[in-house]
Design a protein around this ligand. Sequence first.
Ligand SMILES: NC(=O)c1ccc[n+]([C@@H]2O[C@H](COP(=O)([O-])OP(=O)(O)OC[C@H]3O[C@@H](n4cnc5c(N)ncnc54)[C@H](OP(=O)(O)O)[C@@H]3O)[C@@H](O)[C@H]2O)c1
Length: 303
Amino acid sequence: MPWDAVSLNDGTVMPSIAFGTWKIGNGQGPIDQVEQALSVGFEHVDTAQAYGNEAEAGQALKESGLARDEIFVTTKYSGRDGLDIETSIHNSLKNLGLKYVDLYLIHHPRLAVPDIPTAWAQMEKIKADGLVKTIGVSNFEVKDLAILLAHAKVKPVVNQILLHPYVYARQIPILEYCKANDIVVEAYSSLIPITQLPGGAVDKPVNQIAARLGAKPEQILMAWAKAKGAVVVTTSSKKERLQGYIAAGDLQLTPKDILDIDVAGAVGAHRLTAKTVLRRVAGLALITAGVLALCSYSGVDVI
Ligand SMILES: NC(=O)c1ccc[n+]([C@@H]2O[C@H](COP(=O)([O-])OP(=O)(O)OC[C@H]3O[C@@H](n4cnc5c(N)ncnc54)[C@H](OP(=O)(O)O)[C@@H]3O)[C@@H](O)[C@H]2O)c1
């Protein structure tokens, strides 16, 4: 299955792989990188106040010649300079050179000031004012989303979170909570097992699956995140790698491939004793069983 667009809970249609602009700096470099991503088929750009390069992303969008409705733009409220949400979105739109963004996120629950319900009401207002087409959150845990949903008039459409095999077990509760509440999960930093934690337990199944499918390890990790139901937010400075990311949408992992990666993720990135390995794998099974039982008890269908 390719990177089919996903329908969000308010009917918005969003491309399911995004090119992110975190850490790619300022100046001509990021303009070229965003243009390169668009040229290989990315239709979704993910930026943020905090990345400091909304202007470069906007310049690239302009230079691409794409019509506004051919590109999906996400930016985030990062609480920059202590400014409120309404002032910040006006500044972001000015930086990006756009009249609206497709998706606006609260970057982290700690930025929802003075509290989550008040900040979310401001998000609802800028949506009603047409400055953003749709609204969501990032890095929200179950307790944060529960507060938000108890007060919201408009549900968040997405929750953008850290998701890779080494954090999968601890992210199961938020993944299941989002699924039960029709909130799409966006996965960022899914390639951490390669970029920051090489040599860990995940390498073996990922490399074996990659060899079997004639694919690159980074493609397997993306296919794994996709198999978890997530939209993938990634980046690369290299055209060939970006083309590989797009091609990863066609990879088919088997249930065993996914389980092998889950189990290796639970084992962890560092050398462990057999007892710790067993404890972690049992923990993964327990969390999964607990979440499923809770959902079944609440009458929520998560399968
Ligand atoms: N909401 C949040 O709090 C939050 C937090 C973090 C990130 N994000 C979003 O997610 C986007 C992606 O974040 P990320 O950079 O952490 O994502 P990632 O997809 O985990 O990593 C992308 C990086 O992986 C490198 N890479 C890919 N394959 C590789 C390989 N085989 N060997 C070595 N390096 C390889 C790429 O380097 P090359 O350039 O060399 O290809 C690229 O820099 C960000 O730009 C941002 O938009 C959001």
